[in-house]
Design a protein around this ligand. Structure first.
Ligand SMILES: C[S@@+](CC[C@H](N)C(=O)[O-])C[C@H]1O[C@@H](n2cnc3c(N)ncnc32)[C@H](O)[C@@H]1O
Length: 382
């Protein structure tokens, strides 16, 4: 999840690749959760002064620097059922991974993953959250009767002290747009290297980035070429900036012109922080005659230590998630014939000045019957 929110939704893809079931299993466990909740007793109307006290004294400036303090971003993540149900199913259907284990929840937010783990019998869960949502997590844990199992620790993983030397399991939802935007992966790797017992588990343990190519004439015209003529004036200097910013949006399945190419798989249990910077070659072969206006990146994550492989995809052929896809518009419009290939490399690295931002270098070429092109483009996710 991350904090970029000025995105348009063009459509909602429907297919999903991983085995995944919305309704299964959770029903019975949710019933138990409802029974043990003491929510009703505590929902009396607050006095106005209470509500200001509880509603905190944050201003928009606080949220600008710490968007995870606001409940809205957590609401969006929790309502992403592909995301949240996958974590729930992983935990509920594989309780053997958690039973009597010490679990560290890296970036706990509302504490939802900690609650899932506590419910299936974790011995102790440390829920670490740096934003002020930690205060809510603390209250949520209490409301649901898990104060004896879950300890909420408010602070940065890199700065807090854990009351134990080692943990058996690290669970985290750290993925950003384009997988690595926001750079929270480093925080998980830091926690792994500091506290995870030998042969301990990191969940999820695999993440893969993919690339494909799409036809997107209308949207490119609307978002990029728009700046060439604005009410009769040339604003193409802004066009240069707009094409450098990857667009987070959903892509229709029928826009896809080529195969989907795996760029990089990260093994979260073994990789180093440096492995998140890489150059990967690609070859995108056209499956029909068409135009290509953009390349599209998306990711999968998987939990390979489950009974059965579990995970989810954020690709355009799968059910949409709040991560959508990341669209990199090309300077050229490539006219491609079936069987021809766009080849090149994609280089990904955290920005040196602000490691939460991602620098992307795309080198591509096409040597086709109707179109020859070769170019290097630079993008920055910020
Ligand atoms: C994508 S959210 C996931 C929240 C929750 N685990 C869930 O699944 O709904 C990531 C959370 O990690 C927190 N976070 C990011 N970096 C952190 C760090 N270095 N230490 C502690 N928490 C961090 C953010 O404030 C945010 O609430």
């Amino acid at each position: 999840m991350d904090t970029q929110n000025n995105v348009d939704v063009k459509n909602q893809p429907t297919k999903i690749r991983f085995e995944y079931d919305d309704d299964e299993e959770a029903g019975t466990l949710e019933e138990v959760a409802t029974e043990s909740s003491n929510l009703e007793e505590d929902t009396a109307m607050c006095e106005p002064e209470d509500s200001f006290a509880a509603g905190d004294d944050k201003t928009s400036a606080d949220y600008y620097f710490d968007s995870y303090s606001h409940f809205g971003i957590h609401e969006e993540m929790l309502k992403d059922v592909v995301r949240t149900k996958t974590y729930q199913n992983v935990i509920y259907k594989n309780s053997f991974l958690f039973k009597d284990k010490i679990v560290l929840d890296v970036g706990a937010g509302t504490g939802i993953l900690s609650l899932f783990c506590a419910k299936v019998g974790a011995k102790h869960v440390y829920a670490v959250e740096c934003s002020s949502m930690a205060d809510m997590a603390q209250e949520i844990v209490k409301l649901n009767g898990y104060s004896n199992v879950i300890a909420v620790l408010k602070g940065k993983i890199e700065e807090i002290e854990l009351p134990v030397a080692q943990v058996d399991v690290i669970i985290s939802e750290w993925m950003g747009y384009f997988l690595v935007y926001e750079n929270m992966l480093n925080t998980v790797l830091y926690a792994r290297d500091k506290w995870l017992v030998q042969d301990g588990l990191v969940l999820p343990d695999k993440a893969s980035l993919y690339l494909t190519a799409i036809e997107d004439a209308d949207y490119k015209e609307d978002k990029i070429e728009f700046w060439n003529n604005v009410y009769g004036f040339d604003m193409s200097c802004i066009r240069k900036q707009s094409i450098m910013e990857p667009l987070v949006d959903t892509v229709e399945q029928n826009q896809i012109v080529t195969n989907c190419q795996l760029l990089k798989t990260m093994d979260i249990s073994k990789m180093t922080a440096g492995d998140a910077s890489f150059t990967a070659p690609f070859k995108l072969v056209a499956e029909r005659d068409d135009y290509i206006h953009a390349l599209v990146a998306y990711f999968d994550v998987s939990f390979t230590k489950c009974h059965k492989l579990m995970g989810f995809s954020t690709g355009p052929k799968s059910r949409a998630t709040h991560w959508k896809q990341t669209v990199l518009y090309l300077e050229d419009v490539l006219s491609i014939c079936q069987g021809e290939a766009v080849i090149g490399t994609l280089t990904v690295a955290p920005n040196k000045k602000n490691p939460r931002d991602v620098d992307i270098t795309l080198k591509y070429s096409l040597n086709g019957r109707h179109c020859q092109a070769s170019r290097t483009q630079y993008y920055r996710m910020r």
